[in-house]
Every structure is written in C-alpha cells, then in structure tokens.
Design a protein around this ligand. Structure first.
Ligand code: ADP
Ligand SMILES: N[C@@H](CCOP(=O)(O)O)C(=O)O
Length: 320
C-alpha cells in the first residue's frame, strides 16, 4: 500500500474547503502504487483521487504534470483532469506535501493482457505522443542515462545481496549505454511509465490512462520500449513476441517508426529494463521507515535486461 504521508481529518477538511466538490463522504488510502500517497475521495459530487506528491516528484515539475493532463484531456485523450480550487489553482499543500485532486477514471488495469490489449496499448501510446505535440512546457527526463548513474552508485555492492552478480551486471550495462545510447531519434512528450496498472480497460476497450508523474520530453521509441518491457513478458518472465508484435503494429497504425528508431529499438529495450531495475532496486534497499508500501521486485527487470542483452529482438518483434 502506498501511503507515505498520513492526513488528519482536520487537515483534510481544511484542504477540501478550498474546493467546490461537495461534502466529503469518505477518504480511503489506495493500496496500489509506489510513488506517491494516493487517496480515493468520495464526496457528494462523486469520486476523486487525492495525491500527495512524494520524494521522486520535484515540486518544480508539478506544473508540467498538471498542465500536461489538462492539455491531453482537452485534446480528447482520456486521462484524469486536475480539479481547480475556488481560486483557480490546481495545486495546493496538505500535510506538508504538494497535493492535487484529479477526476476519477472508470476501468482497471489488466494483469494478463492479450495480444489485443497490447495492440490497443500501442495505439493509445502513439495517440498520446501525437496529442502531446503542442504542449508548451518542457521537462527533461530525470531518469535518462545520466539519472541512472546516482541510482547505480547508491545501490553499489548492496545490489549483490538482492541477486548475486547484480552489481557487475549494472556496471556493465551502464558502460554499454555510455557508448550506445541513441541521441538523434524523434522526441516529444512521453508517458515514461506506461505500465499495465496505468492503462485502464472497461468492457475490453481501453478506457483511459493515469499516472503522468514520470512524463517528460524524450525519445518516442524509448516510451514504446518501456511499454514492451512492461506488457510483453509472461508471469515466468518469458518474452511474448506475439504481444510485442501486436503492440508495435498498434503503435504504427497511428505513428510509423522510422528506420533509425527500429535500428535502435533493441538498445532502447535494454536501457528501459535497466532504468526500472535501478529504481526498483533503490526502493527495495531503502524503504522509508513507517511507509505503507510494497516495493516492486527488482529481479523482474534484471531478467528482462538479460533477455534484451542476449537476444536480437528485431525479428521477434517484426521490425525487419
Ligand atoms: N484518476 C484515477 N482514477 C481512478 N483510479 C486512480 C486514478 N489515479 C490513481 N488511481 C488509482 O490509484 C492507484 C495508484 O495510482 P498511481 O498514480 O499509479 O500511483 P503512484 O504514482 O503512486 O504509483 C492506481 O493503480 C489506481 O488504482
Ligand atoms: N511502474 C514502475 C513503478 C511506478 O509505479 P506506478 O504505480 O506509478 O506505475 C515499476 O513497476 O517499477
């Protein structure tokens, strides 16, 4: 359960007094998620999500995240809409944390997606890339290869206690990406955490996308590589090429990949696996005292990383 910061009844009442969303009926901590503290609010006017932004979200990035959800929603992309206070602000402070309320989206993530789910996810990711085109605020990816280094250093030799040989694997991969990470691919606004829990389905149709708190400007194809990592391995961590093919076809039905993007795709998948291995490893090693959170297993991504390091995936994914 991800609730890092507790909120007293009095603090919540004072915070909600700034909004025009009706009287509070209930407020429950949300079990899913690992980044921020999330609460489901039921008011006389319906359901809302209250988020208190935690350690990995820098306060100066919040206007980007809030503005992006506003921008995408107004472009017809289904995502949460930030709720404005009576004074017009969408961002406030609660329990010493920056906080916001967004609209509640119907639907839920699928744990075991079919190839069809993957196709829809690919299409929707490409739509997001196009819908983000005119968004004016920019945000550098804090978790690009330069952001991986401090995470690798913080874990250091402690990585081997999680999995023998992990520290050396990470060091080798960092060196590989220092030499091979592409820098000349098409860029724009990317979601950067398009995982199965962040993409909702209702009656087998994709109903919306949440969790824009890693969104940034970076390579479109890297976003697709993150999504392939997240959706296209089974429970035993075997790569499912039919799902990856369907996802890439879905993506290309909206936005074609260029030759350079296809050529770099294996490296991008390998880097995406390293990026999630590193954040998970740091969370695993350094759980904040008193936090109600179930950290994700880093080993799920060391396995993916080895797969992408050891296999040429172009043919498996229908890229050649
Ligand atoms: N706008 C929303 N509508 C419906 N449910 C939401 C919404 N935002 C978050 N949730 C619920 O809260 C959970 C955690 O949200 P998420 O943004 O993924 O958290 P975190 O960023 O802390 O990891 C989601 O899995 C979902 O169940
Ligand atoms: N998707 C990331 C962690 C971020 O969690 P989310 O609940 O915000 O998607 C991972 O699986 O490591």
């Amino acid at each position: 359960m991800a609730v890092y910061t507790q909120v007293s009844d009095a603090q919540l009442a004072a915070f909600l007094g700034q909004y025009d969303i009706g009287r509070l009926v209930s407020c429950k901590g949300i079990a899913e998620g690992v980044e921020n503290s999330n609460f489901l609010l039921q008011t006389e006017q319906g359901m809302f999500i209250l988020t208190l932004y935690e350690k990995r979200v820098a306060a100066h990035d919040l206007p980007f995240f809030i503005g992006l959800m506003d921008h995408l929603a107004h472009k017809g992309f289904v995502c949460p809409l930030p709720v404005r206070m009576k004074n017009g602000d969408a961002l406030g402070e609660l329990s010493g944390r920056p906080a916001a309320i967004v609209t509640f989206l119907e639907g839920m993530g699928v744990k075991e997606p079919s190839a069809d789910h993957c196709r829809m996810a690919g299409e929707t990711l490409a739509r997001l890339h196009l819908a983000g085109e005119e968004f004016a605020i920019r945000r550098k990816n804090a978790l690009d290869p330069s952001g991986w280094r401090p995470l690798a250093q913080n874990a250091g030799a402690r990585a081997d206690a999680v999995e023998p040989g992990l520290a050396a694997l990470i060091a080798d991969e960092m060196a590989f990406h220092d030499a091979h990470w592409p820098t000349d691919l098409p860029t724009g606004v990317i979601h950067a955490d398009f995982f199965k829990d962040n993409v909702f389905f209702l009656n087998d149709a994709l109903s919306g996308v949440i969790d824009f708190y890693f969104a940034c400007n970076d390579m479109f194809a890297y976003d697709l590589a993150i999504t392939v990592n997240a959706w296209c391995f089974d429970g035993a961590l075997r790569f499912e090429s039919d799902k990856a093919k369907a996802m890439i076809e879905g993506y290309q039905s909206v936005r074609m990949l260029g030759d350079a993007e296809k050529l770099a795709f294996g490296t991008l998948c390998r880097g995406a696996a390293l990026r999630f291995l590193l954040t998970r490893l740091n969370d695993w090693l350094d759980v904040p005292t008193g936090a109600l959170v179930m950290p994700h297993d880093p080993k799920e991504f060391s396995e993916r990383l080895r797969f992408f390091r050891d296999n040429s995936i172009d043919r498996l994914m229908g890229l050649v």
